[in-house]
Structure formats: C-alpha cells, structure tokens
Design a protein around this ligand. Structure first.
Ligand SMILES: [Zn+2]
Length: 294
C-alpha cells in the first residue's frame, strides 16, 4: 500500500498590516517539462537547465497556490482553485486550507480572479451557487468579455470555455468588473499582464510601506520562466504577448525590489526576483517573512 505523505499546505506571513495565507490547492505530476515550459526551445536546452537546478527531467510537479489576504477590514481570496471542478484527487484542497487557516467560506468578502483558466475559476460556484456566499466576485472586464464572446478560442481551451459558461457566466449580474490600474480593496491594485490569457492580471498589494506582487500565471515555472522569460509556456493563450508581459512584470519586481508570489511556483510560492544574465532568477523565501519588520 502506498503511504500518503504529509506536506505543508498552509503558509502565513505578514505584509504590512495584512496577513497573507498561501494555500496549496494541489498539484499535478507531469512528464513533459519540455515542451510544457518551453514550446519554442529544444528539449536539450530545457534538460540542461533542469540539470543546472538539480531538477529531474522530464518529470515535474506543477503546484496550484491560491492566496488569501486579510487586510484590516477585508478578507480577499485570489483565484480559489479548482474546487468542485478538481480533475484529480491531488487537487481541490482549497476549502480545507481555508479552514486550516482559521477562516470560513462565509468570511470571504472578495473573490478576485486573475484570469479564467480552470485552476483559477473552478471554485467560484457550483450548480449556480457561489462557493463564498458573502463575497463580491471581482474580475477583469477584458478577460470576462473574451470568454463571454467565446470567439477565436483554441481547441485546447474549449473545456475552459465550457467551465467558464458553467461557473462564471451564470453569476454575470453579480460580478464586479475592473480595469488594469483599478484598486480592488484598499492597497490592492490590478495591473495588466495579458498574454497568458486575453486579460490576465497581476496584483500589487501595498500595506504600511511594504509591498508584494501576485504574479499569478505570468511565471508558470520557477526556473524556466525566470531564466528564460521568452520561452513560451504551453498554457499561454498568446505566447508572444505573454513573454513580453512576463519580462515587464519581472523587471518591475527587480527594479522596485518587491517580493513576489506565483500561483504555480513551488509551495509556499513566495520569494524574490534577481537579475541573472539575460533573464532572472527566483530565490524562494526562507525565514525573511517570519522575522518582525525592523
Ligand atoms: Zn494557472
């Protein structure tokens, strides 16, 4: 019998006056590092990078990590995972993580959606009933309109369209639409990072002089997306545009020295960005966030 191994699924830390909780919603094990993280590079290049970082090849673990932000007056969830739409037993853990963090579904004031891929919207509602009964659902207008129109959607994304029609569209009347530059709650601002999807957003939180950037799906792999931002991720809807957006947001994080969280970075999915050659490097946080701010 295979033993279920324990692993951490909840990590909390402070940014200014806010408490951030990253939750491991689950993971996939895949066997296609190439071409998954680099459809426009040679397998040998990806294999060499994996070896440099002591990563196996071609196997990988792809994490799903929603974030909860407790501000002094609001509880915000960013992209609450697959939820009921979980495709495997190794996913769909968000509600347990929320509870382990000390929150209930009814406590959530805002559900903030970066984009409409399944791992980000599956947990918004089930059978037309919102998962978070008291939450305002906030979504980028461009992203919503793209999926609502449903035109020019690739074969690969047809299941995504079907899920959008099932879990997001029925709530249309109740959605709050935002534009890049809009403030979602005090200190939390949406920024354009389109390419991974038509209206993919990243978010910047500023609280008591501290900042953190939620990269969401701008950086799907913690080595490949940073070392080679121009590599095309297989799940990018517009890979060329995604690469430009990826470079822009990484350059912003470096030049402003803002720590980052990424939805698909290895749990607990928080760290720092440094310049490295032509690209960047993700340096996972260790104890930095556990110390009191001096
Ligand atoms: Zn994703």
């Amino acid at each position: 019998m295979q033993q279920e191994l324990k692993r951490p699924t909840v990590y909390q830390f402070r940014v200014g006056d806010c408490v951030i909780t990253n939750v491991l919603e689950g993971y996939f094990h895949r066997g296609d590092l190439h071409p998954f993280v680099a459809t426009n590079a040679k397998a040998s290049e990806v294999e060499a990078l994996a070896a440099k970082y002591r990563l196996p090849y071609p196997e990988l673990e792809h994490n799903f990590v929603p974030s909860i932000i407790e501000t002094p007056d609001k509880l915000v969830v960013i992209d609450p995972g697959f939820g009921a739409a979980a495709p495997a037993a190794t996913t769909g853990w968000f509600m347990q993580g929320l509870q382990d963090a000390g929150y209930a579904a009814g406590d959530v004031n805002v559900v903030l959606i970066s984009h409409c891929h399944p791992d980000h919207i599956g947990n918004i509602s089930k059978d037309g009933v919102p998962t978070f009964p008291n939450a305002e659902i906030v979504i980028g207008q461009k992203e919503f309109e793209f999926w609502k129109q449903g035109k020019g959607i690739s074969e690969m994304r047809q299941p995504t369209l079907a899920l959008f029609q099932k879990v997001v569209l029925p709530l249309e009347e109740h959605l709050t639409m935002i534009q890049p530059g809009d403030e979602v709650v005090s200190g939390l601002v949406a920024l354009d990072s389109s390419g991974h999807s038509a209206g993919h957003l990243v978010f910047q939180l500023t609280s008591a002089g501290q900042r953190i950037l939620f990269l969401n799906d701008a950086t799907p792999h913690y080595v490949a997306s940073f070392a080679n931002p121009d590599w095309h991720f297989a799940m990018d809807d517009d890979p060329e545009k995604a690469a430009v957006s990826r470079r822009n947001v990484l350059e912003f994080a470096v030049s402003e020295a803002i720590p980052v969280i990424g939805f698909h970075l290895p749990f607990p999915s928080v760290g720092y960005v440094e310049r490295q050659g032509d690209g960047y490097e993700f340096r996972p946080a260790s104890y930095q966030f556990n110390l009191p701010v001096s």
